[in-house]
Design a protein around this ligand. Structure first.
Ligand SMILES: Cc1ncc(COP(=O)(O)O)c(C=O)c1O
Length: 366
């Protein structure tokens, strides 16, 4: 039976050689001129930002970002992996959620006037560029402007899934005060586990560097601050340097697979709704998430039906997963998306024929 994985990192010769070199050097962490530093420099150059700080995971990046901007009252999307929620909770913050757009699955920020009373006290907006597609960032800017809080509301982008994705020509992660990326193996590039914060602010970068390493000043070697061990290892940094060189090629390949899927589902949109690329967005398809036509009036009924389809696909050798999680049951579109969506395999080791096979099998088991 043909087997198709949900995700498969593109680890080649250069990654292995770099990691071996890092291991043999004996300098496995905290090397001021080592692989992690090089990976940070490559990320800075790619994104055109002033500071990039590598950390141990995407969640660690989000937590540090929220801490350096001093976020207390945040709002974000009701449909996502729960990393933002956990980072806010760890910092004793308050998270409110916005419902999503049913087509892009991203937070729909809405009309400031309409929810003025509720939203007045937020000090941080966390757009999550889900599945590799940007949030409508003009609406975020407009919201901050209309709330007359420019300068007192921070924007922390959860770009965990969106390295290389763009909104109106600008890279995700570079439009707010701080951007956060993940290098988990399901992301476009990986370091095993890992993350990165980027910012143009020297002040925020300095604080994040301190927090990453127990609050210890790298020059003075003094413990100035509280902090964590959120460092990235040199072996992970070595893998990241090789991966970063391939980033554009890996994105192109994902977009090709997504185009094949789109074509397969085009004539069957009554059964399967493929993802859309919204106007002004360059989607990198970290995940290819489809919505299955509703079978039931209730979310539970839909989720049971959807879970049954995932099981049938797995039995036919196709690994797949739920789209994402509903973080607030009061948000209707988030609830529906959590019950009706499936993430199909997408990675650079798949051929166009594999994508056709997945799509045909899905249509067959519905
Ligand atoms: C939207 C989103 N944010 C944050 C994260 C957290 O990243 P990490 O797993 O590297 O901590 C993920 C991970 O899947 C994610 O999908």
């Amino acid at each position: 039976m043909k087997k198709i994985k949900l995700y498969e990192p593109a680890i080649g010769k250069e990654e292995i050689e770099n990691m071996a070199e890092a291991a043999k050097s004996g300098y496995l962490t905290n090397n001021p001129n080592g692989w992690v530093r090089r990976f940070e420099d490559m990320t800075k150059e790619y994104l055109g930002v002033k500071h990039a700080i590598a950390v141990s995971s995407g969640t660690a990046a989000i937590q540090l970002a929220l801490e350096v901007v001093r976020a207390d009252y945040c709002f974000s999307s009701a449909f996502s992996f729960p990393a933002v929620k956990h980072a806010v909770l760890v910092l004793d913050g308050i998270l409110n959620t916005k419902d999503i757009d049913s087509q892009t699955y991203n937070m729909k920020i809405g009309d400031y006037e309409a929810d003025f009373a509720d939203e007045d006290w937020y000090d941080c907006i966390i757009p999550i560029h889900l599945f590799g597609q940007s949030v409508d960032m003009d609406s975020v800017a407009q919201y901050v402007y209309e709330s007359k809080r420019v300068g007192s509301v921070s924007v922390v982008e959860d770009a965990a899934c969106a390295l290389g994705a763009k909104y109106k020509g600008r890279f995700c992660g570079t439009m707010g005060d701080v951007g956060c990326f993940s290098f988990h193996p399901r992301k476009v590039i990986t370091t095993g586990e890992g993350g990165m914060l980027v910012t143009d602010s020297e002040e925020l970068a300095k604080k994040a560097i301190l927090l990453r390493n127990h609050g210890i000043d790298p020059e003075k070697k003094e413990d100035l601050f509280h902090g964590y061990n959120y460092r990235m290892s040199e072996i992970a940094g070595a893998m990241g340097c090789a991966q970063m060189k391939k980033l554009d090629r890996l994105i192109e390949r994902r977009r090709q697979i997504a185009a094949v899927y789109n074509e397969c589902f085009y004539l069957n949109e009554n059964l399967v709704t493929p993802p859309i690329q919204a106007e002004g967005c360059f989607h990198i398809y970290q995940s290819y998430v489809v919505r299955i036509a509703m079978m039931s009036e209730s979310s539970t009924g839909n989720a049971l039906y959807r879970n049954g389809i995932i099981k049938k696909l797995k039995e036919k050798g196709i690994d797949c997963a739920i789209g994402s999680y509903c973080l607030d049951l009061d948000k209707e579109e988030a609830r529906k998306a959590a019950a009706q969506t499936i993430a199909l395999p997408i990675h650079t080791k798949m051929s166009p024929d594999d994508a056709i096979y997945v799509a045909e099998t899905l249509l067959e088991v519905l």
